[in-house]
Every structure is written in C-alpha cells, then in structure tokens.
Design a protein around this ligand. Structure first.
Ligand code: SF4
Length: 182
C-alpha cells in the first residue's frame, strides 16, 4: 500500500492544463499537520504497513509542509517526490545530505522540448531547469524519471516519443518513462 500526500495546492508553475496555480483550491486548504502529528501518524499500524510515501502538489518543494514531511517519514519507507524542478537547489542539497539515497525517486514534469515545454508550462527557462535537475540527480545516484502530459488542450504534437528520446540522449538518461497521458 502507498500513501500520497499533496503537500500544497500552490504552485510556482503556470501550466495550461492545470488550474492549481490560479488559487482555486487554496481557500479551503485547511490547517496542515505539524511535525508531532505527522510522526504519530507514521507510528499508526495502518501507515506502518505502507512501503512507499508519495509527495506531490501543487509544487511540494515550495511549502514548509514538504520539509516537515521529509523529516517525519521513517527511514524504512521509500519516498517519491513529484516536482516541476523550477526551484530545485534546496531539494538537491537535502538529497546530497542523505546516506540512503536509494530510497528516493524524483519525478520531474516535462511537457515538450525547450520552448514548447516553457510555453505549455508557462515559465521561461523551465525546460532547462528540469533537465538540469535530472542530470544532477543522475550524478548523485538518486533514481529519477520524467513524465509528461498529452492532451489536445496542450498541443497535438508535443511528441511523447520525441521527448523521451531527446532527453535520454541529452543526459545519457536510461529511465525516461511516459508516466501519464491525459
Ligand atoms: S507544475 Fe503541476 S501542479 Fe503546478 S501548475 Fe503545473 S501541472 Fe499544475
């Protein structure tokens, strides 16, 4: 059994296919669990049976709750982090400091090559940051993959096969995976 946390409904990206960044879900976000509450959650028998904790958002890394969660998750659990990679310095610093990096998987969102990605995701330079993050993760032996969205709303030809192939070539990346088509 896996458990997934949505660390925040806020996001620093501006994707065409998503309205989270418009703040529509922020009004009822409610109070978030503190570190103590999280630790006791992870002690509960049901949660102790889980193997994998997923953390996504919005963009999880921009919210203090994400960092609390990372502290609270027991060392025996695997952690999957889904990120747009726009602000990845703090995440890389955290991962570099981990002696058990094999329990982390970082999923990076990419929706096209270069300008097409940046147009779809609404942030100039976003493609380069995402690719940089994938390369840095590879350098420190943290598992990673990238996923992309396909829909008529985005582009009829943002080209999943092309994306997987080109990014794989760019960073000698062997694990490019088409995670999701919508
Ligand atoms: S990065 Fe993810 S959460 Fe943020 S706007 Fe894009 S699709 Fe939505």
């Amino acid at each position: 059994m896996d458990i997934n946390f949505f660390a925040t409904y806020q996001c620093n990206s501006r994707c065409m296919n998503c309205s989270i960044w418009k703040g529509e879900k922020n009004n009822n976000a409610g109070e978030k669990l503190g570190l103590e509450a999280l630790e006791s959650l992870f002690m509960s028998p049901l949660v102790q049976k889980t193997d994998l904790i997923g953390i996504a958002g919005g963009e999880p890394t921009i919210d203090p709750f994400f960092w609390k969660l990372l502290k609270a998750v027991p060392a025996s659990k695997k952690i999957t982090i889904t990120t747009n990679g726009l602000k990845h310095e703090k995440l890389m610093e955290f991962l570099r400091g981990q002696s058990d990096r094999e329990r982390f998987l970082v999923q990076v969102s990419i929706d096209g090559i270069k300008d097409l990605n940046d147009k779809i995701r609404g942030v100039s330079g976003g493609f380069q940051k995402a690719v940089d993050l994938l390369a840095q993760l590879k350098d420190i032996n943290v598992q990673s993959d990238f996923f992309y969205h396909q829909s008529e709303k985005l582009s009829s030809d943002n080209g999943c096969i092309q994306i997987v192939f080109k990014i794989s070539c760019r960073i000698q990346y062997k694990n490019g995976v088409l995670r999701r088509c919508i």
